[in-house]
Design a protein around this ligand. Structure first.
Ligand code: FE2
Ligand code: FE2
Length: 406
C-alpha cells in the first residue's frame, strides 16, 4: 500500500512554490508519491488567460524532472468534459484500490470545500492535508478547519511553514513585464529554468493572440474527440471553399476551426460569459431549439476565450447552426463546410456535396435548409425562423439567373 499525495490545480504555470510545497508535504507525511493533478478544464475558469491544458501539462513534466516522487497526473486531461476532483479520486481509487490518497488543500480552497461537486464521495475517498500559506490569518485557518469538518473530511494539518510565497498570477505579471523571460525568472527563484525556456519559446503570458497551434491544442482538450476531428475537417473544407469561391482563406479556416467551440460549454461557463439558461431567449430564436444555441454561444466564446475580434468570423460562427436571411460569402462557406467536410458520412451529406458541386452554394444552402425543415416537421418541433429565412433567400438567389453564384 502506497501513500499518495494529490496536489491539484490549474498550474498556469507550475512554479517553484508548488514544487517546494509538494516536497515538504511528501517528507512531513512520509508520502511515497505526490501527483500533480492538472485541472484540464476547470469549470470556474474560461477566460482567455487560461493556457491550453496540454501546454500546462508539458510545463509540469519539465518542472518535475529530477524531483523524486513527484509526477504529473493527466487523468483530467484525458477525460472529456469538465474536471471535478471527486471524479478524479473515484478514478484513482478504481485504478489503485490498495493505495491511500491524501488531498493537499490550501486554506482558501478548503473554505469552499463544502460547495464542491460530490463532496461526500470526495471526502469518503481520501484524507486531506491542510496547508497554510505564509501570511494566512488565524481567522482564515479557523474557517478552513471548520469547512473541512462541515464537509465531513478526515484531515491533517501540515506543520510546514516556510512554503515559498510564489503565485502563478505573480509569474504571469512578471513575464508580461520581463524583457528577457529566460534570464530574469529563474534568477528570481520563481520557476524552474526549463519551464522558463518553454514560456519564452511559446510566447506564453505575453498577451499576444493565440497561434493556430495553441487554439488547436485547446480545442483538443475542450471538445469531445469526434467533435474535435470534425472541427479540423470543417477548417480544411472551409479553406478549400474559400479558395474556390473567392473568400478570405485565413478567415474561413479560423471560423471553421472554431465554429463548434460553443458546443461543450457548461452552465457555469455560460454564467461566466454573461449568459444564463434564461438568456437563451434573448438570443434570437434561442428558446426554440437548444441545438442551435451553440452557434451564437460559440461566437461569444470565440471572442472571449480565443480573442477573435473579426466581425465576419464571429458572424459565420454565430450563424452556422441556423443560417440567416442575409448571409455573407463567409457565412455560407462555414454553413456548408459543416455538411461537406470529409468526416461527414451519409446520404444527406453526399447530397449536399453533390448540389454544391453542380449548382453552387445557394442551391446547396436551400437544399440543406429544406432537409432540416423536413426533419424538424417530422419530429414535431418548432422551426427556427432563421432557417426559413435562410432557405427563402437562398431560393431567391438560386433562381435569379443574373445573380452570379458566389
Ligand atoms: Fe455546429
Ligand atoms: Fe459542426
Amino acid at each position: 500500500m502506497a501513500k499518495i499525495g494529490i496536489l491539484g490545480g490549474t498550474f498556469d504555470p507550475v512554479h517553484n512554490g508548488h514544487i517546494a510545497c509538494a516536497e515538504q508535504i511528501r517528507d512531513e507525511f512520509g508520502l511515497d508519491r505526490v501527483l500533480f493533478v492538472l485541472s484540464a478544464n476547470p469549470p470556474h475558469k474560461f477566460a482567455s488567460d487560461v493556457t491550453p491544458a496540454r501546454l500546462r501539462a508539458r510545463m509540469i513534466e519539465l518542472a518535475l524532472e529530477g524531483h523524486e516522487g513527484l509526477c504529473l497526473c493527466d487523468l483530467e486531461l484525458r477525460r472529456p468534459g469538465y474536471s471535478y476532483s471527486a471524479d478524479t479520486i473515484a478514478e484513482l481509487l478504481e485504478t489503485y484500490p490498495d493505495d491511500e490518497f491524501y488531498y493537499i488543500i490550501g486554506t482558501d480552497a478548503a473554505v469552499r470545500l463544502p460547495d464542491w461537486k460530490n463532496v461526500e464521495a470526495l471526502t469518503a475517498g481520501c484524507s486531506f492535508i491542510l496547508v497554510k500559506r505564509p501570511g494566512d490569518s488565524p481567522e482564515i485557518a479557523e474557517k478552513a478547519v471548520a469547512a473541512l469538518e462541515k464537509a465531513g473530511a478526515k484531515f491533517f494539518i501540515s506543520r510546514s511553514e516556510n512554503l515559498a510565497d510564489v503565485s502563478s498570477t505573480s509569474i504571469r505579471e512578471a513575464v508580461r513585464e520581463a524583457g528577457n523571460v529566460c534570464e530574469e525568472l529563474p534568477e528570481k527563484g520563481l520557476v524552474p529554468e526549463a519551464v522558463c525556456r518553454f514560456i519564452g519559446k511559446n510566447n506564453l503570458y505575453k498577451g499576444l493572440p493565440w497561434t493556430e497551434e495553441i487554439i488547436v491544442a485547446d480545442l483538443r482538450s475542450v471538445l469531445k474527440p469526434g467533435r474535435f476531428v470534425h472541427s479540423l475537417g470543417v477548417a480544411e473544407e472551409a479553406e478549400r471553399l474559400a479558395e474556390k469561391y473567392g473568400a478570405d482563406r485565413k478567415k474561413a479556416r479560423l471560423a471553421g476551426l472554431l465554429h463548434d467551440c460553443g458546443k461543450n460549454v457548461s452552465e457555469g461557463q455560460l454564467v461566466w460569459i454573461g449568459m444564463t439558461k434564461n438568456d437563451f431567449a434573448a438570443v434570437p430564436g434561442g428558446n426554440v431549439n437548444v441545438r442551435v444555441i451553440h452557434g451564437p454561444v460559440g461566437a461569444i466564446v470565440a471572442e472571449r476565450r480565443y480573442g477573435v475580434t473579426d466581425p465576419e468570423v464571429l458572424s459565420a460562427i454565430a450563424k452556422h447552426t441556423t443560417g440567416a436571411a442575409e448571409m455573407t460569402l463567409l457565412d455560407k462557406i462555414i454553413f456548408l463546410a459543416d455538411y461537406t467536410e470529409k468526416n461527414r458520412k451519409g446520404e444527406l451529406f453526399d447530397n449536399v456535396r453533390r448540389v454544391l458541386d453542380r449548382r453552387g452554394p445557394d442551391a446547396a444552402i436551400r437544399y440543406s435548409c429544406d432537409e432540416t425543415i423536413k426533419l424538424i416537421l417530422k419530429r414535431g418541433e418548432q422551426i427556427d425562423i432563421r432557417t426559413v429565412e435562410a432557405r427563402n433567400s437562398a431560393l431567391e438567389l438560386e433562381n435569379k439567373p443574373d445573380t452570379p453564384q458566389v
